[in-house]
Design a binder for this molecule. Structure first.
Ligand code: FAD
Length: 297
C-alpha cells in the first residue's frame, strides 16, 4: 500500500510528490500528460523558470523526482476512487487497483473552448486567458477583451496597466449602462454582436468576425472560457465545491483537505481565483506536507 496516491502529475501533483518523496513517504503519481497550459508556447511568472516552455518545466521536475526512490510516476488515468481514510482504492484505466492511506486530487481543469471557427486554433497563441501569463510580450499592442460578465469590468481596468488600446467585445452580453458609461469615459470602445469566427494565420489572430458582419482587427484577444474539472472523481465521491465566475473549484480547508477526510486537493482544481503554475506548485507542496502530517504515528 502507498502512503499517498496523487491523481494528476503536473505542477500541483509533482510539487506534492516532491515533498512526500523527500519525507520518504511512498507515493504513486498517476498522470495522463495533458496540463492545461500545453497550448501555450512559454510559461511566464514562474520564478526561476520564466519564459520556458511549460513541458520543459515539467520534464525537468520529473527528472528531479527520479532521485527519490519512494516516488513512482505512472502514465495512467485514475478512473475511480473508493474506500475511506487509511484504506482508499484507486482503479486505473489499465484495470489495476492501487491502494493508499491518503489521496491528493490534482487533475486540473479543462477550458471549454467555444465552437467558434478559429478559436481553438488560436488558443494559447493569440487568444489567452491571463495578462500575467501573456501580457508583457504584447504590451502597448491592440488588445481585444471578450466580455463574460460583470467581472470583465475589473479585467478591463487591470489591462490598462499593459495597454491603452483596448476594444471590448460584448459577445451577446448586456453590459450595464453604468459600466458602458465608465468604458466610454475611458475611451474603450464596445463592439456589439456575437463572435462567429476568428480569422487567423497559424493561430495568430487577424480579425474577430461578428454576426453583425463587422470584422475587427486586434493583435491579441483575452478570453475567459468556462472550465470544468478534467475528471469527475470528486463528483462520485460527493466532494463539496465552490462556485467561481467560470466554473467550480473543490472546497478545501486551510490544510487543503477536501470535505472527505483523507482526500486533499491542489492546483487549478481547487483554486477559485487567479490560477497559475506558482499557486498550483505552492498548493501541491502544502497538500503533500499536510497529508504527511495527518499520517504521523
Ligand atoms: C493558454 C494558457 C496559458 C497559461 N500560461 C500560464 C503562464 O504563463 N504562467 C502560469 O503561471 N500559468 C499559466 N497558465 C495556467 C496554468 O496552466 C495552470 O494554472 C496550471 O497548469 C495548473 O496546474 P495543475 O497541476 O493544477 O493542473 P494541470 O497543469 O492542468 O495538470 C493536470 C494534470 O492531471 C492530469 N489528469 C487529468 N485527469 C486525470 C486522471 N483522471 N488521472 C490521471 N491524471 C489526470 C492531466 O493530464 C494533467 O497532466 C496558463 C493556462 C492556459 C490555459
Amino acid at each position: 500500500m502507498d502512503d499517498v496516491i496523487i491523481i494528476g502529475g503536473s505542477f500541483a501533483g509533482l510539487a506534492a510528490a516532491l515533498q512526500l518523496g523527500r519525507a520518504r513517504r511512498k507515493v504513486t503519481v498517476l498522470d495522463t500528460g495533458l496540463p492545461r497550459n500545453r497550448f501555450g508556447h512559454h510559461s511566464h511568472g514562474v520564478l526561476g523558470h520564466d519564459h520556458k516552455p511549460p513541458q520543459d518545466i515539467l520534464a525537468a521536475a520529473r527528472q528531479q523526482l527520479a532521485r527519490y526512490p519512494a516516488i513512482k510516476l505512472v502514465n495512467a488515468r485514475a478512473d475511480s476512487i473508493s474506500g475511506v481514510i487509511d484504506d482508499f482504492s484507486v482503479l486505473t484505466g489499465a484495470g489495476e487497483t492501487l491502494k493508499a492511506r491518503r489521496i491528493i486530487l490534482s487533475y486540473g481543469v479543462a477550458d471549454q473552448i467555444p465552437h467558434v471557427p478559429g478559436f481553438a486554433e488560436s488558443w494559447g497563441t493569440s487568444i489567452v486567458p491571463c495578462p500575467y501569463c501573456d501580457g508583457f510580450e504584447v504590451a502597448d499592442q491592440h488588445w481585444g477583451v471578450v466580455w463574460f460578465g460583470p467581472q470583465s469590468h475589473q479585467s478591463v481596468r487591470l489591462f490598462r496597466d499593459w495597454t491603452d488600446k483596448l476594444t471590448v467585445f460584448a459577445d451577446g452580453h448586456d453590459i450595464a449602462p453604468d459600466i458602458q458609461a465608465d468604458l466610454a469615459h475611458r475611451n474603450i470602445p464596445v463592439v456589439d454582436g456575437r463572435i462567429v469566427e476568428i480569422a487567423h494565420h497559424k493561430g495568430h489572430i487577424s480579425t474577430v468576425n461578428l454576426d453583425t458582419h463587422r470584422h475587427i482587427a486586434v493583435d491579441i484577444l483575452f478570453a475567459q472560457p468556462r472550465n470544468k474539472p478534467s475528471a469527475s472523481l470528486h463528483e462520485s465521491l460527493g466532494l463539496a465545491t465552490v462556485e467561481t465566475p467560470v466554473g467550480i473549484a473543490l472546497k478545501v480547508d486551510e490544510r487543503r483537505q477536501t470535505s472527505m477526510p483523507g482526500i486533499y486537493a491542489a492546483g487549478d482544481l481547487a483554486t477559485p481565483f487567479l490560477p497559475s503554475v506558482t499557486q498550483s506548485s505552492w498548493q501541491g507542496a502544502m497538500a503533500g506536507i499536510f497529508a504527511q502530517h495527518s499520517m504521523l504515528a
